[in-house]
Design a protein around this ligand. Structure first.
Ligand SMILES: [Zn+2]
Length: 130
């Protein structure tokens, strides 16, 4: 980060991301402050990194609830709803009815969603390494 023609030093902080995800979710971020003009900068990293940290939080909860599912569909699997539904052995219609509180989110489906999250991030990590 450059400000006033000077390279700023990053300070590592935990940024409260609750408002954009779930209560008590903190995202690792870099904070910069220019000593010359007092301008402040916050670098949260890219969407993939942010989503991964939020998913780590979801996985740490030990169960998937409707709000988690809603987040996953919006941020992770939204562009591949059919593939995701297939991977967790259900249908897009059923996923939507879960979010709308019209169906029960059973344990088997929760476990398949956990597996899909893990596979999602493994896949991306592998393709990055290539
Ligand atoms: Zn500055």
């Amino acid at each position: 980060m450059i400000c006033c023609s000077k390279k700023l030093k990053a300070k590592k902080i935990d940024h409260d991301y609750s408002a954009h995800s779930f209560p008590c979710v903190f995202i690792k971020a870099k904070f910069y402050k220019c000593s010359n003009c007092n301008q402040e900068y916050l670098d949260l990293g890219d969407d993939h990194k942010i989503n991964k940290e939020i998913c780590d939080y979801i996985l740490s909860k030990g169960c998937i609830d409707r709000m988690h599912l809603k987040f996953l569909l919006k941020n992770l699997f939204g562009n591949s709803m059919f593939e995701f539904a297939n991977a967790v052995k259900t249908t897009p219609q059923h996923l939507k009815s879960l979010i709308l509180y019209k169906s029960m989110l059973d344990l088997g489906l929760q476990q398949r969603i956990v597996k899909a999250i893990l596979e999602h991030f493994n896949k991306v990590t592998v393709s990055k390494a290539n």
